[in-house]
Write a protein that binds this ligand. Sequence first.
Ligand SMILES: [Zn+2]
Length: 241
Amino acid sequence: MGRLLTKEEWIKRNKLKNRLMSISAFVLFAVIIVSTGIFVKTLIESSNTNIASDEVVIQTLSNGIQVKVDFLSPNPYSRPQTELKKVNGIVIHYVGNPSTTAMNNRNYFESLAKKKTTSASSHFVIGLEGEVIQCIPLTEIAYASNERNADTISIECCHPDDMGKFNEATYDSLVSLVAKLCVEYDLKEDEVIRHYDVTGKKCPLYYVDHEDAWIQLKADIFDEIELVKEELENAVDATAE
Ligand SMILES: [Zn+2]
């Protein structure tokens, strides 16, 4: 057993104890404050990477396909972040690279940021299973349609072979996506065009080589527009009741 403490020693020890306790309370308090700060910061950052609702105009297509939003990183070669001030049309393209997927093409656009030699991109890419990826917000221009980049939305479509004809799944998603965009932006029949109509480039190949197939595609789009409008009217009626 140690010797008994003198009164002074006892007071000194108590003072030290109290000081140590207040220091640890302060440290604990500081840790709580800092971790709360980090937590709040992470929360804010994660909500910032979520897409603001005004940037995603179309979420679900009439064939049940969900538009996957996977924006390119801002860069001068595929996402220059130039404002798309007004939408006066929709330009349809084919990817020109048979049997690639929508994600392959999206990642190709992304890779241009590092290659720094080619400029290309598209607002949407539609894949062979009808999957749709949005690469660029509709408030920004894409690099797809030459002099019409400034006032159009671009859609690239995948295709199984060199003929460039879209398969049924791709075609259905295209028709639904274009119809919804036409209703959203109040676009008329002659405002849905091919890349060919801008520059004379054979894009989308099959629908340049086969004018009848292009006429049919447009007819299918405009039938779909009527359905989208009817659905909207019914939805308005239902909420009014
Ligand atoms: Zn094109």
